[in-house]
Design a protein around this ligand. Structure first.
Ligand code: HEC
Length: 93
């Protein structure tokens, strides 16, 4: 019985940690997006009817492509965070 309790506690903690990681990535992506991605287009391109991004993979690629347009060299590690943020907020793949 004790063992079962321990297992449940461990499982509960690991799912909380997972959620925190997700939130962190989301906030990181949100901030990076706010700083670098609002010059050419607003949020409307993510929600318009004929948006051309149809999968998570395409989304990552587009973030990569647009990132190159910004000319910010150190932005590499944020690509995943920004794609995660856009997916959670708009695309929901
Ligand atoms: C230099 C200008 C420019 C910057 C800066 C820019 N983009 Fe873009 N982005 C574009 C253009 C142009 C399109 C295509 C718009 C269209 O087809 O109407 C586009 C389209 C997109 C799309 C696809 C929208 C769809 O139809 O589903 C995504 C996603 C996107 N951009 C993300 C980003 C992200 C993330 C950043 C920041 C890293 C960023 N953009 C910065 C020019 C830019």
């Amino acid at each position: 019985m004790k063992k079962l309790f321990l297992l449940i506690t461990l499982l509960a903690f690991s799912s909380i940690a997972q959620a925190e990681n997700d939130d962190e990535l989301y906030n990181e992506g949100k901030e990076a997006h706010q700083t670098h991605c609002t010059k050419c287009h607003g949020d409307e391109v993510y929600t318009r009817e004929n948006r051309f991004i149809k999968s998570m993979e395409a989304l990552s690629k587009q973030v990569e492509r647009c990132k190159e347009n910004t000319g910010v060299a150190w932005f590499d590690e944020d690509t995943e965070a920004v794609a995660h943020f856009l997916n959670k907020k708009y695309y929901k793949f």
